[in-house]
Design a protein around this ligand. Structure first.
Ligand SMILES: Nc1c(N[C@@H]2O[C@H](COP(=O)(O)O)[C@@H](O)[C@H]2O)[nH]c(=O)[nH]c1=O
Ligand SMILES: [Zn+2]
Length: 412
């Protein structure tokens, strides 16, 4: 059973995906397509899930590259494993081949010859920062390649699979495809839409408040939910808040986990009217960037620079401009942990694709207590933004609702 990718014919040569080709790519990588028949055996699934487990070891560290894991199996035994640790370093397949004795420093038996390699993302076929993995696999003499999902990168996009097949290697595509896609949803989004995936996360009470009328917000949710937020941060490239959150909550925005990746902490502030002694500038456990507008408060800029905080002046500071800047910096995912006003403007500008709402079974009341999303200018229920692909689960004593906004192609 095989589902040969059509992406290569669709758009391999184009750097910019169009709305039409985005649909083709989305269905080729396993998104927005009806559930498919199971591809591969139970053993294939187990090996692919092992690839994902390996890939996750680099969570938050690979952007702009994807998370990829690879496992080489010979005669039913694993003879090599690897994952992509960060951009600029070799791809997952290269580490797995080395572990199987290919290109290793000391000469060993090549255990990859005649073997099957499982890779969570289609092997690349281009010279980027590293040489093409397809050629490495051909040279190593692997007999079969099992691929989780097609690579949406127009430089690859089915070309790696075609090259392997042309060399007479059996290729099976789509084993555990949706799990593979889920792990790299931010990478796929970055490639297709030329923006990082924007994730809006908030915690509210059952009556829809994120704080009391006087602004007290610690803690809305249970410890388990807060741990989940720390894990979520570890998987993201950046967290954005606005000046209000720094002034009111004085957050740390770190992952609080030993060895976990800490994302870049980003503050959007047009006038830099921020406290001089915020936790963000006083803790060095994660890097901090303040985005502002040209010429804003030079004295405060100097103070931030002295404390090791990076300051970048944009011509216009809006959620979309901030996302465009973070895209240029190579980011795949950005977590919006801001208050309602900035959240509303991020949603209105299309800077949010995914929503994670923690709902605590508490009621605090207050008709002017703050809510997670400020004014969107809607007057009728028909204007409400409906989420797609919605799921929910219990975390500690709270409920976590997840969903996606319907996506439109970026016109830029
Ligand atoms: N990291 C990764 C792949 N990444 C592919 O290669 C692109 C980056 O190429 P380069 O600049 O040479 O590192 C990246 O955007 C994605 O399309 N491919 C794979 O087969 N396995 C890997 O482990
Ligand atoms: Zn590669």
């Amino acid at each position: 059973m095989d589902n040969s990718p059509v992406v290569a014919q669709a758009d391999a040569s184009l750097a910019n995906y169009t709305q039409e080709s985005i649909h083709l790519v989305e269905s080729a990588v396993g998104l927005n397509s009806p559930p498919k028949e199971k591809i591969g055996s139970d053993f294939d699934s187990r090996m692919m899930l092992r690839c994902l487990e390996l890939a996750r070891r680099a969570l938050g560290r690979t952007s702009p590259n994807p998370l990829v894991g690879a496992v080489i199996v010979k005669d039913g035994e694993i003879v090599g494993e690897g994952f992509h640790p960060r951009a600029g370093e070799p791809h997952a397949e290269v580490f797995a081949l080395r572990a199987a004795g290919v290109g290793a420093a000391s000469p060993q038996e090549n255990r990859a010859r005649g073997a099957t390699i499982y890779v969570s993302l289609e092997p690349c076929n281009h010279y980027g920062r590293t040489p093409p993995c397809s050629e490495g696999l051909i040279q190593a003499g692997v007999a079969k390649v099992v691929v989780g999902m097609v690579d949406p990168n127009p430089l690859v996009a089915g070309g790696g699979i075609a090259r392997l097949r042309a060399a007479g290697i059996e290729v099976l595509v789509g084993v555990e495809e949706s799990a593979c896609h889920q792990l790299n949803e931010a990478f796929v989004h970055r490639i297709l839409y030329k923006r990082p995936l924007g994730i809006l996360k908030y915690a509210m009470t059952l009556d829809g408040k994120i704080a009391t009328t006087s602004g007290h917000s610690a803690w809305v949710t249970s410890q388990e939910a807060r741990n989940e937020v720390h894990q979520l941060r570890a998987a993201c490239d950046a967290i954005i808040v606005g000046g209000n959150t720094v002034r009111q909550d004085n957050p740390y925005l770190t992952t609080r986990q030993v060895e976990a990746h800490n994302p870049l902490r980003v503050v959007m502030s047009r006038h830099l009217n921020l406290p001089e002694s915020a936790h963000l500038w006083q803790t060095a456990d994660a890097p901090t960037l303040v985005l502002t507008e040209k010429g804003a408060n030079p004295d405060f800029q100097e103070l931030l620079l002295k404390q090791g905080v990076e300051v970048v002046e944009l011509t216009l500071l809006t959620p979309d401009k901030a996302m465009a800047y973070l895209y240029e910096r190579g980011f795949c995912s950005v977590l919006w942990e801001c208050g309602g006003t900035l959240a509303a403007s991020a949603i209105a500008q299309g800077a949010v694709q995914k929503v994670l709402a923690f709902i605590a079974p508490k009621i605090i009341g207050g008709s002017i207590a703050p809510t997670p999303v400020g004014d969107l200018g809607f007057t009728t229920m028909t204007e409400a933004l409906s989420l797609e692909r919605v799921s929910w689960r219990v975390v500690g004593s709270d409920c976590l609702v997840e969903g996606y906004f319907p996506q439109k192609a970026n016109s830029q």
